[in-house]
Design a protein around this ligand. Sequence first.
Ligand code: ZN
Ligand code: FE
Length: 253
Amino acid sequence: MAEIDVTLVPCLQDNYAYLVTDGSGLCAVVDPSEPGPVKKALAERGLTLTHILNTHHHLDHCGGNLALKEEFGAEVVGPGKDRGRIPGIDTGVGEDVPWQFGSHTVKVLEIPAHTSSHIAFVFDGKAFTGDTLFAMGCGRLFEGTPQMMWDSLSKLMRLPDDTKIYCGHEYTLSNGKFALTLEPKNAELQARMKDVEAMRAKGAPTIPSTMGLEKKTNPFLRPDSKELRATLGMENADTVAVFAETRKRKDSF
Ligand code: ZN
Ligand code: FE
């Protein structure tokens, strides 16, 4: 079976769209916020777009759908529970409605809270997590509760540690600065921040991350960390309460 290949396409201020090819002529774009940079990336590589995948309905993830669909006749695939808010949707998917990309079976995970029907696409060892899981961060709770987001993140944490994480935005540096306020003594976090600072100084993307690295450095996956709990003064609080307080502090960081 041909390998899946992923190309980052920076869009807008700090968004990433991703081109995914299967080596047999299929080419999908994940979360195209705008058509221009995607068309340029396709032309540079001599690719024709066959599919448009959306993790959720926000315009900085599907604003390019209609223009790209019109130009290439690409099939729009998105959360089946949110058909009304996904421009041009052809195929609704979910955990009960898996999806096939050529010979690759794509696992769809329903991970609500940033929006009520947010999904992730998992292609052999690569997870497209939209605005639910970021490198060292997580999305804001626009349409869900802390419990919902914790359940969604927990679902992603059950993916293997070597799963590559492709998220919707380049927020890594500011996310890491926040993380250090909660766990200043976390040696893995300190080391990662050095790497991230060097990458951003060169203008290089910090994506993809891996699930294993996120578990060690992302404060939103670490409500059971002793140091994080001590910083918050919540040594004996329950997991979701610690997660909720972490999210609340990030909202005003
Ligand atoms: Zn969003
Ligand atoms: Fe976004």
